[in-house]
Design a protein around this ligand. Structure first.
Ligand SMILES: *Cc1c(COP(=O)(O)O)cnc(C)c1O
Length: 488
């Protein structure tokens, strides 16, 4: 007779297996060492690693090793990571990744992430994680101070710029009670260069049917204040409800910065919500070159910044600031209405009542640690350097035969293209981008506006320095020549 297993036996058996979730000190040492070795190899190789790898298999072998009941060794898992993830596609940590809006991923942030994941501090409710909430609010206040926002503004660290913009839209929506029949009459003023996440945010916020006015831009792709003023006046006269002005503190498309002070005066004059979308450009306020062109950014009602872009953090950190803290709270408060009285009473307001998230990654640590250890100086210098490098590229590319440039860069994005002696310029530039991507040593991306195919050079990774720009110039010259020589 096999004895019936007792409840205690059962629990013991389960415990033995469950305990594998917690490595002991010796195992931990091995695990950490393997991961640290991997990290060192990755960082040591970064300078020589391609900025882009297009692979036919796209790392499909990952699927040949499915999640299993018994697991595998960490070493084997890291090999899968290296072979199928870390060596395919865009190398977003590379200083020679010059497409879209680069960021980088600071080592200090990675260390912060490790500690945040281990301690699993609760950064959403003050009493549950007073230090973590205080740290994140301190960072929000720091961003408010550099952006010229008042000390009593509210804000939070989001997962990225898109979510931060969504919260800004939702806050502006509720502040102006854009609901029901009012939606179809509500008008948003933006330009054709405004980031598409604003468009997406409107739809997600249930405002897909509001009217989006594409306000005219000048030859620097900046919104024309008089055109905005006129559009608002016309709409108001015809019974529509001008609601929201979205100015860009640096567009992804061209890098241009809208004249924020002038736009703010118009928005305020007409009684509209004024939002500045600074996911790419707002942090340039830290350097003198950026500060001048970002004048008037602080006249907005809300402002998005993206630390995982121009503060060089790893992906997963955006930020929203709202001047009127009650408006942000009103749009994001939980079901617990009784917390409203506590809003000003507690030492620190909890992000759970200011943002869409409740439980979240303690993302403040990845921002606090590098700022604390390094100070602001190297960030300031890196941002100045990026602007100077973009200006350098702008000058040098014009010296290469056949290249023409767009307007002088406002920040660190340069638009340019090659004009071949014969044939279709769009097709030529498309081939140029493809051949540079195939080469892989640098990565650039392209865009299209005014019915023209345009190349972009975006300098915003802290690892991008003069050598990288020189290499980019060399590759652009050589690849253009190659395409011509092979008979375009
Ligand atoms: C990247 C970007 C966004 C979107 O932010 P995510 O962090 O990618 O969600 C919005 N606006 C601009 C100008 C951007 O560059």
């Amino acid at each position: 007779m096999i004895p019936e297993p007792t409840l205690l036996d059962d629990i013991e058996r389960l415990e033995n297996t469950a305990r594998r979730l917690e490595p002991d000190a010796a195992e931990r040492e091995t695990l950490f060492k393997q991961v640290i070795d991997y990290a060192h190899r990755h960082l040591d190789d970064l300078a020589e690693a391609p900025a882009y790898v297009g692979r036919d298999d796209n790392g499909r072998a990952l699927l040949d090793s499915p999640i299993s009941e018994e697991g595998t060794h960490l070493e084997e898992a890291l090999a899968l990571l290296r072979d199928n993830v870390d060596t395919a596609g865009i190398n977003a940590a590379s200083g020679r990744f010059l497409g879209y809006i680069p960021g980088g991923g600071l080592v200090y942030s990675a260390l912060g992430d490790l500690l945040a994941a281990l301690s699993n501090r609760y950064a959403s409710i003050f009493y549950a994680g007073p230090g973590a909430v205080r740290m994140e609010n301190m960072l929000t206040r720091w961003m408010a101070s550099i952006a010229g926002y008042p000390e009593d503004s509210a804000g939070f660290l989001a997962s990225g710029g898109s979510i931060a913009n969504l919260s800004a839209i939702v806050t502006a929506r509720d502040a102006f009670d854009v609901a029901g029949a009012a939606v179809e009459k509500a008008v948003v003023y933006q330009t054709e260069h405004t980031h598409h996440c604003v468009d997406k945010a409107l739809r997600v916020a249930g405002l897909g049917r509001c009217i989006q006015r594409m306000v005219r831009v000048d030859d620097h792709y900046r919104m024309v204040p008089e055109a905005l003023d006129q559009a608002i006046a016309t709409d108001a006269k015809t019974g529509l409800r001008p609601w929201l002005v979205v100015a860009s503190a640096g567009t992804t498309n061209t890098g241009s910065v809208d004249p924020m002070r002038a736009l703010g005066e118009i928005a305020r004059g007409h009684g509209l919500w004024y939002h500045v979308e600074g996911a790419y450009g707002a942090f340039f306020v830290l350097c003198p070159e950026g500060r001048a062109i970002l004048d008037g950014m602080n006249t907005s009602d809300s402002l998005v910044l993206d630390p995982h872009k121009t503060l060089f953090l790893p992906y997963g950190t955006g930020a929203l600031l709202v001047k009127d803290r009650q408006k942000l709270y009103a749009a994001h408060r939980g079901k617990a209405d009784y917390m409203q009285d506590a809003f000003d009473a507690v030492e620190e307001v909890s992000s759970a009542f200011l943002s869409p998230e409740l439980t979240k990654h303690f993302r403040g640590l990845r921002m606090w640690l590098p700022l604390k250890v390094l100070g602001v100086a190297p960030f300031r210098a890196a941002l100045s350097e990026k602007i100077q490098l973009a200006r350098y590229f702008y000058e040098q590319i014009q010296r290469l035969d056949g290249f023409e440039v767009g307007p002088y860069p406002d920040l660190s994005v340069v638009t340019y293209r090659y004009v071949p002696p014969r044939g279709n310029a769009d097709a030529f530039n498309e081939r140029l981008v493809k051949s540079i991507q195939q080469d892989g040593r640098i990565f650039i991306s392209s865009t299209r506006f005014n019915n023209t195919f345009v190349l972009r050079m975006a300098v915003s990774c802290f690892r991008t320095h003069r050598d990288d720009i020189d290499l980019a110039l060399e590759i652009l010259r050589d690849k253009a020549k190659e395409i011509l020589d092979f008979g375009f």
